[in-house]
Design a protein around this ligand. Structure first.
Ligand code: COA
Ligand code: AMP
Length: 636
């Protein structure tokens, strides 16, 4: 079998021929004649003159081709104690009527719609309805606070906001409406209307511009799909960068659909009619690609799960779902398995379920640590596949690709680059690194279909953040190395982005929030190792000289400030007030050294340090306050 090298070579050497062939996987109103073109900044555009609609390709097309009665989604919510199945026809009809409702509120092709919803079928209905009209959706994860929502509303400038009245967490109901109302007070942009899906657990109080979802849909006409150009935007998905302003990653529809359809077969080894379960959230890229769009483009059924890996009600939930829906491919973040392993170390709960339908298990979103890999590998009879990608790429960059060719699995590596991604590792000088030599992981232009087409309203940021460091290459922000066999090992971010329970967060943004407190003179937020969540942020704060208040009270205020501004999902639970921070003589805070100290690693004292005694002070405080594994660290 050499299908992988053949595909990889063709995608690299003849990208137009390769992707023209893959484009046959999806239905077009007008097939593209331009396969690959470049914008004025030399960024790739795919299928620019094709006419397409992703909602048609994922729903109407399958209804027309004989899948009308096949389940499109299985919704399962232990927190709402409810389940439902929607066939392709039922989902298409709900989408078409909701699209009619949006159109009735004036939403047209190119308009933006912000969606703030939990894992309920209506979230998918809203996303597909936007796509149906050629409108651009921007889904905001429910764990973000009002300020983050406001930032996104202001940047995306939506005509309509669609929300549910509440989300349901393990032990609490989270009312969404007050968060939206607060966000709209903060935002300079105001939508024309809000549509609220009322959940009985916590109904929302409606205001003058609010419309009840059910009432609107009851009188809305069935809207047909609006063809859009291949490179027109489908969605904006905000992700953390190195500053306080999230980046609005913009994605087209046709290239995305082609890439997802390709990956569903080659990476996820899914056949039409089979069931995929991706345990993530529609607010993240994983949810967009492999809960909402990917499975349906391939004619599969997608499991939509509103629950957690543990405590809803126990650590057997994933196994239960795999059995109940005869899941073939299952995908989640390693942190979810760490939570399961902690609650049920011997996987006793697995014995209650028949998971023989499962063929492959996929993990991504953060590093797959060796203990979790081995726990899963010993437990299950299926390949445990780590694969590496990011919001910007929209689909996997490096993966084991069982639908193309079985490849040996190497623990710690996401395996080989996916056809279309010319992945390279460059050293500081911008030269290709030797095998086993660490460097910046980059992707040689052109990026394949499905990747970002820009940053919403900020072309300069796209260029500056990704393209400027190594001309001709896209900078992923991750460091890593290839082994002799070409397997890629990702070693972590090279910037201020951290990964908390598979969620991408910016320490730079947290520093802006903490530093904005009137009593704070200076601060550093660093990501330290956490056994469950991979990383968690901690803050180190120097108060202003005239600060005479209570330090503990200040710490609590800062924790609340991050929670209220960014959201509970930041997991910002520890702040230390210090007198000094270790810095270089040029005034740069030695963040890496602080991280190593907190993680209990040996840390060298750089010759450029301004005042070495500042280190001892911080180290002593970290030990006293039980920060990470600080007491085990020792300087060299
Ligand atoms: N809406 C509102 N609040 C939310 C939320 C949502 N959609 N999701 C999480 N939160 C809140 C939680 O209630 C919690 O609040 P608290 O501080 O008051 O307890 C906080 O945000 C942190 O949540 P979380 O990171 O989920 O921590 P947890 O301890 O509740 O659960 C895990 C830990 C590992 C079980 C959980 O993080 C998980 O399921 N991770 C999988 C990650 C994942 O799917 N990533 C997607 C990329 S593939
Ligand atoms: P996000 O954009 O939220 O999907 O986060 C992307 C980032 O998560 C990547 O740049 C990596 O730092 C990290 N990441 C995702 N998948 C993996 C993986 N399989 N192994 C290591 N890190 C990963």
């Amino acid at each position: 079998m050499n299908r992988y090298p053949v595909a990889y070579r063709q995608a690299t050497e003849e990208p137009e021929a390769f992707w023209a062939e893959q484009a046959l996987r999806v239905p077009w109103y007008t097939p593209p004649t331009q396969i690959l073109t470049y914008d004025d900044q030399q960024h790739a555009r795919w299928f620019e003159d094709g006419e397409f609609n992703i909602c048609y390709a994922a729903l109407d097309h399958h209804v027309a081709q004989g899948r009308a009665e096949q389940p499109a989604i299985y919704w399962d919510s232990p927190v709402a104690q409810a389940k439902c199945t929607l066939s392709y026809r039922e989902l298409r009809d709900q989408v078409a009527h909701f699209a009619g409702a949006l159109a009735g509120l004036g939403v047209e092709k190119g308009d933006r719609v912000v969606i703030y919803m939990p894992m309920i079928p209506e979230a998918l209905v809203a996303m597909y309805a936007c796509a149906r009209l050629g409108a651009v959706h921007s889904v905001v994860f429910g764990g973000f606070a009002a300020h983050e929502l406001a930032t996104r509303i202001e940047d995306a400038a939506p005509k309509v906001v669609v929300a549910a009245s509440c989300g349901i967490e393990v032990d609490k109901i989270v009312p969404y409406k007050p968060i939206i109302d607060q966000a709209l007070v903060q935002s300079r942009h105001q939508p024309d209307a809000c549509i609220i899906f009322q959940r009985e657990f916590q109904r929302a109080t409606m205001g003058v511009r609010d419309h009840d979802w059910n009432e609107l849909v009851a009188k809305a006409p069935f809207a047909e799909c609006v063809p859009v150009k291949g490179s027109d935007p489908l969605y904006i998905l905000y992700t953390s960068g190195t500053t306080g302003k999230p980046k609005g990653v913009m994605r087209d529809s046709a290239g995305y659909a082609v890439a997802l359809a390709y990956s569903m077969q080659t990476i996820y080894a899914m056949n039409p009619g089979e069931v995929m379960f991706t345990a993530s959230d529609v607010g993240w890229v994983v949810g967009h690609s492999y809960i909402v769009y990917g499975p349906l483009l391939r004619g599969c059924t997608s499991v939509v799960y509103e629950g957690k890996p543990v405590n809803t009600p126990d650590a057997g939930s994933f196994w239960r779902l795999i059995e109940a829906y005869r899941v073939t491919s299952f995908f989640t973040a390693p942190t979810a398995f760490r939570a399961i392993k902690k609650a049920d170390p011997d996987a006793k709960l697995l014995e209650q379920y028949d998971i023989s339908s499962l063929k492959h298990l996929y993990v991504a979103g953060e590093r797959l640590d060796a203990p979790t890999f081995h726990w899963l590998d010993d437990l299950l009879d299926v390949p445990v596949i780590d694969h590496w990608w990011q919001t910007e790429t929209g689909w996997p960059i490096v993966a084991n690709q069982p639908g193309l060719e079985e490849m040996p699995i190497k623990p710690g590596s996401a395996s080989l680059p996916v056809p279309g991604f010319n992945v390279q590792v460059l050293n500081r000088e911008g030269e290709p690194a030797a095998p086993m030599e660490q460097g910046s992981v980059v992707i040689k232009q052109p990026l394949p279909p499905g990747c970002l087409i820009g940053i919403w309203r900020d072309p300069q940021r796209f260029h500056g953040a990704y393209m400027a460091a190594f001309p001709g290459y896209y900078l992923t922000g991750d460091g890593g190395y290839f082994d002799q066999a070409g397997y890629l090992f990702i070693m972590g971010r090279t910037d201020d982005v951290i990964n908390v329970a598979g969620h991408r967060l910016s320490t730079g943004e947290m520093e802006e929030v903490v530093g904005g407190h009137p009593a704070v003179a200076e601060c550093a937020v660093i990501g330290i190792h956490d056994a469950l969540k991979g990383q968690v942020p901690i803050g180190l704060v120097i108060p202003k000289d005239d600060f005479s208040g209570d330090e503990l009270a200040l710490e609590n205020e800062l924790l609340a400030r991050v929670r209220d501004t960014i959201g509970p999902i930041a997991c910002f639970k520890q702040v230390l007030v210090v007198n000094r921070l270790p810095k270089t003589r040029s005034g740069k805070i030695l963040r890496k050294l602080l991280r190593n100290m907190a993680d209990g690693k040996t840390f060298g004292i750089p010759s450029t340090i301004d005042d070495p005694t500042s280190l001892d002070e911080v180290h002593a405080l970290m030990c006293e306050r039980d920060v990470g594994a600080a007491d085990k660290s020792a300087s060299i």
